[in-house]
Every structure is written in structure tokens, then in C-alpha cells.
Ligand binder design. Structure first.
Ligand SMILES: Cc1cc2nc3c(=O)[nH]c(=O)nc-3n(C[C@H](O)[C@H](O)[C@H](O)COP(=O)(O)O)c2cc1C
Length: 161
């Protein structure tokens, strides 16, 4: 008997993560993106990162089409942005301030870090695809991150500073 998917979600939710908005673009430079916590540092030398993107995501095909993405590491002030980029069927970028990074990948104002990547490999991962990106630029500020644990947004307690 396979794992019950609701129970699997519940168990996996016990792995605490940060929150990113992963952005990409179409061939005309129009921005696209979604909230992702399946982001990981993969290798330092060479510099690689990975993301897992659901095959049902509206922007799914754009990753293969553009071959680039950025992981925008969200600050504790950006819960609303995280909710917005996890909502289907809305104009996610309406009213959102952003700029173009390398390869015209969208970078969202106010993030605490930006990991800009060129996709070098992809692997099937069930209902997701695993994309491996070569990091072409990475920057971060010492600000406070947004966290996700057990289905809820969290923040570091002041103790951890
Ligand atoms: C905290 C959080 C983490 C998420 N992580 C992922 C993820 O790693 N990969 C993914 O494909 N979707 C993830 N999602 C779901 C997508 O953000 C959501 O389904 C989004 O609406 C899909 O994009 P679309 O609107 O373009 O279809 C996450 C959602 C939340 C709230």
C-alpha cells in the first residue's frame, strides 16, 4: 500500500524551510514566477542550485523555454508576496516592484537574497521536475528571512539574531 498523500504532506511539512519566489520569463521578457520552498544549494564548486517545479504550474513550460530562473529569498516582511505567488489565476506581478537581472531574469524588490541561474540539467521527479541551475550571480543582505513550517509562515525569534 502506498503512502496516503495527505499524511505525506503533513509529515513533509515538518521539514522547516525558508521561502523563495522562483521567477523566470517568456521570450519577450514578460515576468513569471511562483512560490517555492523546494529550493536548495547543491554544489559550491561548481556553483549549483536546484529547484523542484510542479508540472501543473501555469509557468511550468517557461523554465524549459527560457532556460533561466532566479530564486528570490523572501524576507520576513514578504508573507503577502509569498501568498500572492502561490495563488493560481491572478496577475502575480501587478503592483510588484522588480528589476531585470542577468539574462533578464526578474528580481523582486525587498528579497534578502537573489540566486540567478542558468538551467544546465533537468530530471523527472514524479509530479514535479527537478531543475539544476548553474549559479551566474548570487547576492544577499543580512536581513531576516520568512520561514515555513507545518503549514504556517514563521519568523526567527529575536534570540536567533
Ligand atoms: C510555502 C509554499 C511553498 C511552495 N513550494 C512549491 C515548490 O517547491 N514547488 C512548486 O512547484 N510549487 C510550490 N508551491 C505551490 C505553488 O506556489 C502554487 O501552486 C502556485 O500557484 C503555482 O504557480 P501557478 O500559479 O503559476 O500555477 C508552494 C506553495 C507555498 C505556499
Amino acid at each position: 500500500m502506498g503512502m496516503d498523500s495527505q499524511e505525506l504532506r503533513r509529515v513533509m511539512g515538518h521539514f522547516a524551510t525558508g521561502v523563495t519566489v522562483v521567477t523566470t520569463r517568456d521570450k519577450d521578457g514578460n515576468p513569471s514566477g511562483l512560490t517555492v520552498n523546494a529550493f536548495n544549494s547543491l554544489s559550491i564548486n561548481p556553483p549549483l542550485a536546484l529547484i523542484c517545479i510542479g508540472k501543473a504550474a501555469e509557468c511550468y513550460s517557461l523554465f524549459e523555454e527560457s532556460g533561466v530562473f532566479a530564486a528570490n529569498l523572501l524576507s520576513e516582511e514578504q508573507e503577502e508576496l509569498s501568498r500572492r505567488f502561490a495563488t493560481k489565476g491572478i496577475e502575480k506581478f501587478a503592483g510588484v516592484k522588480w528589476r531585470k537581472g542577468q539574462n533578464d531574469v526578474p528580481l523582486l524588490d525587498g528579497a534578502i537574497g537573489y540566486i540567478e541561474c542558468k538551467i544546465i540539467n533537468q530530471y523527472d521527479g514524479g509530479d514535479h521536475t527537478i531543475y539544476i541551475g548553474e549559479i551566474v550571480n548570487a547576492t544577499a543582505a543580512d536581513d531576516r528571512p520568512l520561514l515555513f513550517f507545518n503549514g504556517r509562515y514563521r519568523r526567527l525569534s529575536r534570540q536567533e539574531e
